[in-house]
Design a protein around this ligand. Structure first.
Ligand code: SF4
Length: 324
């Protein structure tokens, strides 16, 4: 019996990283720093408009997704929104901010007729310096027609479909009032990947009632489905949401920062090394955030995560096994 040679360390590990950060992936993909610009297409969501429900997910507050965009997005064209985003970046970063990805973020961005959606996506890609497109949506709202249109755009640009899942576990999906199951996510991933699209998943760690093993099972399923990137959020409470009412009643507790770091590092160890990590915690604007306070201190969280990987002597993928 021959021993297998030890696997080659991933390229990003040679840069001193403990996980495959999105910024690193984009820099390698495009050869320079790339900025995401959020745009609001003014679309709705079947979990809000009465098609599935009217109250939305327990944590949903559309204002908090991108307040400067949503408030008054109505009537502002995609081009105008991007121009404002670019000028905001220019004030902070000068002329170096010249390469962008349009991020269709609030609500459900494949929820509408294709002859309404496609012109919006095309308009964003026509903006000078735009090199890609991310379309955030629900996994039960991804028609073949929308995927075909995105695959058409992907022949000469980078296109990612970002699917909100949060958890693979039905009891968590029910608690969050997502009004979809895991199987529609599996189906959407397979159909998007078969068209060559980059597929991202939004996931939440630290949901009340979810055990560590259940959270790690979510990581294993992302690995099995070969999801290209994950955006990880801690559960955070935004003012004036149904979740805020439960929080104020003391119905659940949130992990403290150290608990979150432990589960996050465990989770990353179970993901394949090539999976891109879009984010490691939530980022509601401070004026809307009720709890936890620690998730506002991103740099401190990142330091703790790196420190924990160093302490364990591991990195993303350390506990992942390639399929046979
Ligand atoms: S799917 Fe998204 S937009 Fe719709 S209710 Fe849930 S969080 Fe809000």
């Amino acid at each position: 019996m021959h021993a297998h040679p030890p696997p080659q360390p991933p390229e990003w590990a040679s840069q001193g990283l403990h996980f495959h950060a999105l910024s690193h992936f984009l820099r390698r993909r495009f050869g320079r720093r790339v900025w995401k610009i959020s745009v609001d297409a003014g679309l709705s969501c079947p979990n809000l408009d009465g098609t599935l429900a009217t109250e939305g997910c327990i944590f949903c507050d559309m204002r908090s997704f991108s307040p400067s965009r949503r408030q008054g997005a109505a009537g502002r064209s995609i081009t105008k929104q991007i121009a404002e985003g670019v000028s905001h970046l220019g004030r902070r970063h000068g002329d170096s901010a010249d390469t962008f990805i349009a991020y269709f973020q609030p609500a459900t961005n494949t929820y509408g007729p294709i002859d309404r959606l496609l012109p919006l996506w095309r308009e964003s890609l026509a903006y000078s310096g735009m090199v890609g497109l991310i379309v955030g949506t629900r996994p039960d709202c991804v028609s073949d027609q929308a995927l075909d249109a995105l695959a058409g755009l992907a022949t000469d640009t980078w296109v990612s479909v970002e699917l909100g899942l949060q958890s693979i576990h039905q009891h968590s999906l029910d608690w969050l009032r997502r009004a979809h199951d895991f199987s529609c996510f599996e189906d959407a991933v397979v159909r998007a990947r078969s068209r060559g699209l980059h597929v991202g998943a939004h996931l939440m760690l630290g949901l009340p009632g979810e055990t560590r093993d259940e959270m790690l099972e979510t990581a294993k399923q992302m690995a099995r489905l070969q999801v290209d990137s994950v955006k990880l959020h801690n559960l955070y409470v935004v003012r004036d949401t149904p979740l805020a009412a439960l929080w104020e009643r003391g119905d659940f507790r949130l992990p403290d920062r150290d608990e979150y770091v432990q589960i996050l590092v465990d989770f990353l160890e179970y993901l394949p090394p090539e999976c891109v990590i879009d984010r490691i915690a939530g980022d509601a604007p401070p004026q809307f955030l009720l709890a936890p306070e620690w998730c506002q201190h991103k740099a401190a969280l990142r330091r703790s995560v790196d420190q924990e990987f160093r302490r364990r002597g591991t990195r993303q993928g350390s506990r992942w096994h390639p399929p046979h």
